[in-house]
Write a protein that binds this ligand. Structure first.
Ligand code: SF4
Length: 434
């Protein structure tokens, strides 16, 4: 009987991509993937520490795994903690989680491969040489790792290290393999994707990478995450506008609408510069969908700072807004030098006001799609219904149950709510050959 493994993942798309890579590597050398993390021989928890609530969920999952291992007296079981919770030193983690067999920093898969080689006799070379992600219609492709920004609230640069870009030919090769395996849409991932190539000695940017992957015939859509206002320059904007496969959908976190808070967050731009950038983007890409990330209740945020945030989001009208309540992360500049002084009641009140307003904005923006025909790529089933996304990354349910993953269809939108739309398939653009 094959050994089973299971990966439980929380956090950003970078974590999802890391989990997919490790799952593919283990499947390649004969392990069977399972949904049941408790009854797997190798249980991998891929962690996130961006928010306290994420860390709490990881802790709870590890405690449950530990209890299960003891109850079953399963001495052979291997528990692995990977991702952003694991820093260069693991002494504290080893004390907190004595039943975890291995701690892996992000993207550092080799110690797991070595352990499985020692304990299970796997083919090390086969495993490490095959870290391409398993094919899905839409796949994540990390193009850089780490971040050089050191925003005062963020733990990522300490856990994922300084920014390192992957070379264009390596990325192109990986995307070609994905395309050969049926992938039609890729999302180029970087903690700060707009600074792709800044660490190269040659003058290479995200725009060059867009051009290179755009050449691959079977890739129909190119998305990218996450942008940073100080690094999204005119060349990147022009290439999004000019390359048809690069989707007109940009996630550009603003984090706060108050100049005072932006400065203490060390974001490197003012609200005026952010407005100017949005103006430039909308000027050159008229049908662009803008999304953003925002934090409420950061250290020192007054009612008037929060009003500046409300004012910014009401004026810009984002298609989507990822809202977070600030929670202190040990080791960050904010935790060391600032006071987490906004009361939780105020944080929660502001969070609710912001989200209620955003829901209204989304309903208003989405209603404009009713009657339009949108090109939709079918991604699968959600709650028993066929769904896909348009270029602007809007979730669209379609009436035809016979659609296959990867079908590209034109859909006439007949309903739009704040979170999703519905429509009728009026024609095939491209039928999947899966
Ligand atoms: S840009 Fe700022 S928030 Fe984003 S990963 Fe880097 S340090 Fe963190």
């Amino acid at each position: 009987m094959k050994d089973k493994f299971s990966v439980w993942t929380i956090g950003c798309q970078m974590n999802v991509a890391d989990s997919e890579r490790i799952a593919t590597a283990l499947a390649t050398v004969g392990f069977e993937e399972s949904d049941d993390i408790f009854n797997s021989n190798v249980s991998i928890v891929n962690s996130c520490v961006v928010r306290q609530s994420s860390e709490d969920k990881v802790t709870s999952k590890l405690d449950q795994l530990s209890k299960h291992k003891h109850n079953k007296n399963d001495k052979e079981k291997i528990i692995v903690l990977m991702g952003c919770m694991v820093g260069p030193k693991t002494d504290n983690l080893e004390q907190r989680f004595p039943d975890v067999d291995l701690f892996l920093q992000p993207q550092n898969y080799e110690p797991l491969v070595n352990l499985l080689y020692e304990q299970k006799g796997i083919d090390k070379e086969g495993c490490l040489s095959n870290l391409d992600i398993k094919p899905r219609i839409s796949s994540f492709v990390p193009v850089s790792h780490g971040c050089d920004k050191f925003c005062s609230y963020c733990i990522i640069p300490y856990r994922r290290g300084r920014e390192v870009s992957r070379q264009i030919p390596v990325i192109v090769d990986e995307v070609k393999k994905l395309a050969d395996n049926g992938v039609k849409e890729i999302t180029l991932l970087g903690q700060n994707v707009d600074s792709y190539g800044y660490d190269f000695s040659e003058d290479i940017t995200l725009a060059d990478l867009f051009e290179a992957v755009h050449e691959i015939d079977d890739i129909k859509r190119i998305r990218f995450l996450t942008s940073h206002p100080t690094d999204m320059d005119i060349r990147i904007i022009e290439s999004i506008a000019n390359l048809p496969k690069v989707c007109n959908s940009i996630n550009l976190p603003f984090q706060s609408g108050s100049n005072k808070i932006l400065e203490t967050m060390r974001r490197g731009y003012s609200r005026e510069e952010y407005f100017e950038l949005i103006h430039d983007i909308r000027d050159r890409i008229p049908n662009v969908a803008m999304s953003a990330d925002v934090i409420v209740g950061f250290c020192g945020e007054s009612e008037s700072d929060f009003e500046d945030t409300m004012d910014l989001m009401q004026k810009i009208k984002f298609d989507k807004l990822h809202t977070a309540i600030y929670s202190e992360r040990k080791g960050t500049i904010a935790a060391r030098k600032m006071k987490d002084d906004v009361h939780m009641d105020d944080k929660q009140r502001r969070y609710k006001i912001l989200n209620d307003e955003q829901e209204k904005i989304q309903a208003e923006l989405n209603s404009k799609y009713v009657g339009e025909v949108n090109n939709v790529m079918i991604e699968g089933l959600k709650r028993g219904k066929v769904f896909g996304r348009n270029e602007q990354d809007k979730l669209i349910y379609v009436d035809n149950p016979n659609m296959k993953e990867g079908d590209m269809v034109d859909v006439k939108i007949d309903y739009a709510g704040p979170w999703a739309m519905k429509g009728k398939v009026i024609s095939y653009v491209n039928q999947a050959l899966l």
